[in-house]
Design a protein around this ligand. Structure first.
Ligand code: HEC
Ligand code: HEC
Ligand code: HEC
Length: 131
């Protein structure tokens, strides 16, 4: 009887050690699959192919900014012919309305802190204020 208890205890310890990476990631709020940004539910495609966006969304944002600030051009035509208003808060965050679970989740994971929000506004943060 004693032996059986010892074996069961040993099995439990073994199992916990074996599955350590899984529950450790759970407890830390991360998963082995990466940051898992929460995608828009009602939209199917981004303004550019998703591979481009994943790697180069910051370049596109800077293009939009330069168009607006330096050239006073506020409309951007995508390669597929669709046109968008060149706006961080007005266009990106209209689809990606959950900045915290999309942009921030990824940036926290990657360890980047874009300084844009010192001036630009996350529309979700002012909801309910009447604006
Ligand atoms: C019309 C709605 C819409 C707009 C506007 C939009 N997105 Fe997206 N975005 C999406 C959708 C939908 C996906 C997921 C596409 C897919 O999985 O094929 C996506 C994907 C992405 C991804 C890749 C996410 C991943 O899974 O790796 C990034 C980064 C991104 N968008 C950033 C931006 C930025 C920055 C802007 C503004 C310049 C923007 N998006 C504008 C709808 C939009
Ligand atoms: C799939 C993950 C992912 C998502 C989703 C994502 N980003 Fe990023 N973003 C990154 C990574 C990684 C970098 C750093 C890339 C580098 O330095 O080359 C970055 C960098 C940036 C930068 C440049 C910051 C700097 O200081 O260089 C901006 C601006 C930016 N992201 C805006 C956004 C916005 C706005 C959204 C949401 C609409 C968003 N990103 C969503 C992964 C993501
Ligand atoms: C010091 C304040 C400040 C910071 C920081 C800042 N911007 Fe801007 N940005 C502005 C102002 C002011 C405009 C012009 C607004 C207009 O004319 O509509 C602008 C315009 C833009 C536009 C086009 C207009 C719009 O509605 O979005 C984009 C895109 C943009 N910025 C992207 C960025 C990105 C990306 C970052 C961070 C990497 C950033 N900005 C950081 C002040 C700032």
């Amino acid at each position: 009887m004693r032996d059986r208890h010892a074996i069961i205890a040993a099995l439990i310890v073994f199992f916990v050690v074996l599955t350590f990476p899984i529950w450790y990631a759970r407890a830390a709020g991360t998963t082995s699959r990466g940051p898992e940004p929460k995608l828009p539910e009602t939209e199917k495609t981004c303004v550019m192919p998703v591979e481009y966006m994943r790697a180069s969304h910051m370049k596109l944002l800077l293009t939009w900014r330069d168009d607006v600030v330096r050239r006073n051009v506020r409309t951007w035509i995508a390669p597929d012919g669709k046109s968008y208003k060149a706006s961080l808060s007005g266009t990106c965050l209209r689809c990606h309305a959950n900045k915290a679970e999309f942009c921030d989740r990824c940036h926290t994971y990657a360890g980047v802190t874009p300084y844009c929000w010192e001036c630009h506004v996350d529309p979700a943060s002012i909801k309910g204020s009447g604006t």
